[in-house]
Each structure stands twice: as C-alpha cells, then as structure tokens.
Design a binder for this molecule. Structure first.
Ligand SMILES: [Mg+2]
Length: 224
C-alpha cells in the first residue's frame, strides 16, 4: 500500500476484536480458575494455552462455522473449542466463555482513543464492523469511546459475517458513504473482504509492543 491513500476518503471502518479492543485478562482467568479448582497452572502455561486456542479460533475452518450470527451459535462453537481445556482443569471451558468471550470484559488498546480522535479530526467518519453476536455499543460507552463512533455494523444484525461483502456494504450505507470512499482496518484476513466490496483495506501487523496496537500506522495512511 502506498504511504498515503488517494482521495476521496470519507470514512474509516475498524474491526473491533484485536484491532480496537483486546482481552488481556484471558491468561489470568485460566490461572485463577485453575488455582481455585485445586489444579494450578502457571502463568506461562496459561498464556500458551490461550494463545493456542485463540489462534485456532482464527482459522478459516472455525470462522466458517457461523459463530457470530447468534449468541447460541457463538456459545456452541467456542465451548466446543474450549472443551480441550476441561481435560486440564474441569469446568475451565465455561469459565473462559463467561469471563473472556463476553465483549463487556474486553478493553481498548492504549492507542485506540487517540487514533479514533485523529480520524475524526480529519473530518472522516468512523464505523465499527465486527463479527460479533452481541451489541458493542455498551462496550464503547463503558470506556467513553461511544462519542467517537458514527455507526456499528454487527454480523448478528446484518445476517452476514466478514469476509462477506454484504457486511461491509451495510457499514458504508450506515455512514452514507460509497465503498470507494472507505478504508477498512482490521487484524485478520477476513477484514480484507472489504476489498470485495470495493473498499480499500489495511490489515495491521500481528506483532506489537505491550498494549499499544500500532494504530498510528492508520493515521499515516490518511490524507492530512
Ligand atoms: Mg479482529
């Protein structure tokens, strides 16, 4: 991608999970549940367990299961995946589902607010486009970020998940912009589905330092 995107650009769409928000507490949930169950797990092992299952959850095979079209599907698919942990600590799958997969437990990255503010300062609209089975508005409101988002497009409401062009087109329509005027920012190949809807797409590098996601790369792409 060029150092800046050509005009016109009127909106930036952001993925939610692992792009604007994350679940840094997952390993702590494993350690605490294991300790209280009398089957202790080290912090290092808990982190490895979580990283492994989270990577599995991002495979095309898992994504194709339609888990973000309803709460019922979400619970079924993730509990299936977390079930492997019940051999290590009985009941851990349920604890992870309840305490980590609830969007209300996720937190913004350190550079989320400044990035959304910078996008808005440039006169661009901000949309959130997420494969998610529940409304994200309360999650943004909890962190006082709701004033920086113009629209939310959730897979469970649209009835389509990324990478389907349908969900990206719904997002552009909700903002009153053309797909060609829109940049999609995410962390996963599904976010590139925006290109199939006629948008531009930018996928963030997987690696970053601490809780700073590296969203300033997005600002560098925007016309000043
Ligand atoms: Mg994501």
């Amino acid at each position: 991608m060029a150092s800046t995107l050509g005009l016109p650009l009127r909106a930036v769409l952001f993925d939610w999970g692992d792009t604007l928000f994350h679940a840094p507490h997952a390993a702590d949930v494993i350690v605490e549940f294991a300790r209280s169950s009398g089957a202790p797990v080290s912090g290092e092992r808990a982190r490895a367990m979580w990283d492994e299952v989270w990577a599995l959850g991002k495979t095309p095979e898992e994504i194709a299961k339609g888990r973000d079209l309803s709460m019922e599907a979400h619970r079924r698919v993730w509990m299936d995946l977390f079930g492997r942990f019940d051999r290590v600590v009985p009941g851990l799958s349920g604890a992870l589902y309840e305490q980590v997969m609830d969007p209300r437990s996720w937190v913004p990255y350190a550079d989320t607010r400044t990035t959304l503010e910078a996008v808005r300062r440039r006169g661009l609209k901000v949309g959130v486009v997420s494969n998610v089975p529940a409304d994200l508005r309360p999650v943004f409101a909890k962190h006082r970020l709701d004033g920086l988002v113009d629209s939310y497009t959730h897979s469970f409401e649209v009835g389509a998940e990324k990478p389907s062009p349908t969900i990206f087109l719904a997002a552009a329509k909700s903002l009153g912009v053309q797909p060609s005027e829109t940049l999609m920012v995410g962390d996963h190949e599904v976010d590139r589905g925006a290109e199939g809807a006629g948008m531009r797409a930018f996928v963030l590098p997987t690696e970053f330092e601490g809780d700073v996601r590296g969203l300033d790369r997005v600002i560098a792409l925007l016309p000043s």
